[in-house]
Design a protein around this ligand. Sequence first.
Ligand code: GTP
Ligand code: MG
Length: 253
Amino acid sequence: MRRVSAQVIEDWQLYSQLLELQAIQPQSLLLHPYKTIRTPFEWDSFFLYKRPYNGVMNLNQATFTTSAPKLSRCPTESIAEVAFAGRSNAGKSSALNRLTGVNGLARTSKTPGRTQLINYFELDEAHYLVDLPGYGFAKVPLKIRQQWERHLEEYLRDRKALRGLIILMDIRHPMTDNDRQMVEWSHFIDRPIHILLTKADKLKRGAAMASLHKVEATLKTEFPGITVQIFSSTKGIGVDEARQTVMNWLTSD
Ligand SMILES: Nc1nc2c(ncn2[C@@H]2O[C@H](COP(=O)(O)OP(=O)(O)OP(=O)(O)O)[C@@H](O)[C@H]2O)c(=O)[nH]1
Ligand SMILES: [Mg+2]
């Protein structure tokens, strides 16, 4: 029988635990039947075909690649990736689906705390979009939350391929304490940040613009260099602008 190291088994156990919390349903297993890793042996020799990078990148080529429980399990061949972070339920997975135009790419849910793993979507062999687990959701068990905070910190600090971070905030209550912590941390480690004020369709135009201007004023004084825009996955508001930022980061040297 093949042997795998204790570290592989430990990582696989963490993966399984998070996968369960993420509650992957049979439908999504059908969508990605060969991509759910069932044993530590498969986990150790996980292999997927990668689309070669031919100099042309298109967001709608995005396909699910893998789910990683921590940095050391993220794809090693990544040259450039853009991550989506934000409070649980802020609309990260919906934004990924809308920006790529691939329906059902990332799992969305009315129940907060659904994305528990670092979910990778490849555009080609070297470029990825990354759906990070949402922070600030009290119902996720404390131990998992602490573990996750450690892994998120490690990912943001040490992931060389990370070209930029899209931080999503609900336009009706942006810059919560958790959001602020996220912005401060990412700003500190010198990663470019672009904020999407999501669910803009839930506010009238005037109120949406007022929220935008308030966040802009805060950023100008406290976090110069960070950009912000309004966004709605449902109504398609701000999609082109957000796509442009993501593509610029992915193609920058
Ligand atoms: N009205 C409106 N609802 C949205 C929008 N974006 C997301 N939602 C809804 O908000 C809920 C959460 O969306 P998700 O995309 O799953 O949020 P998430 O940030 O990925 O959540 P976690 O994975 O739990 O961290 C779902 O019910 C979505 O349909 C939007 O632009 N407008
Ligand atoms: Mg999600």
